[in-house]
Write a protein that binds this ligand. Sequence first.
Ligand SMILES: [Zn+2]
Length: 193
Amino acid sequence: MDGSMKITKRVIQILPFGSVPGHDVDELKKILTEIADVSVLYTTGLPRGSLNESRGQYDAEVLLKEAKRMRGRKDVILGVTEVDLFTPKRNFVFGASDPDSATAVMSLHRLKWNVDRQQFLSRMRKVALYEIGRVFGLEKCLGSKCVMQYADSIIDLDFNGDRYCRRCDNILRDKGVLPNIMSGRSSVFDLDL
Ligand SMILES: [Zn+2]
């Protein structure tokens, strides 16, 4: 069963893992408010067992499990952290999600490399909308410039668009997501294939 279908009331809860600058959390909240109601949970520590000392990175799947443990029944949790994340399959990840438990996590670590604040915020927006899109049941999209295009490098990420294409947007609407942008539709654009 598609886990995302179990979500009935869409409140995204931002869960800071470890120290995350308050102004970054505020910006993330502003971005996510375009697609859902958003609240911010108290910062929690990085979970025990998440640090891989030899890599100097944290296991995204351990953070996802912790987010799942803290999730209210109807909520979506997006964990955010400044530490670098990896998964058993990838050297690093910008984020990870588990649609079945309506949880996702994202790292700001690599998004801040060598860019000014505006570019950093653009990257943060792309990663956040991608991971939340996955939670809401979207697959990777081949649409040019769609935010659901998968990025496994910062170059790919910078190339990708920062909005859902019409096709992905329609899927979200069919699932009853995206009530907050019905009027503005600022997260959506028409797809040219
Ligand atoms: Zn798309």
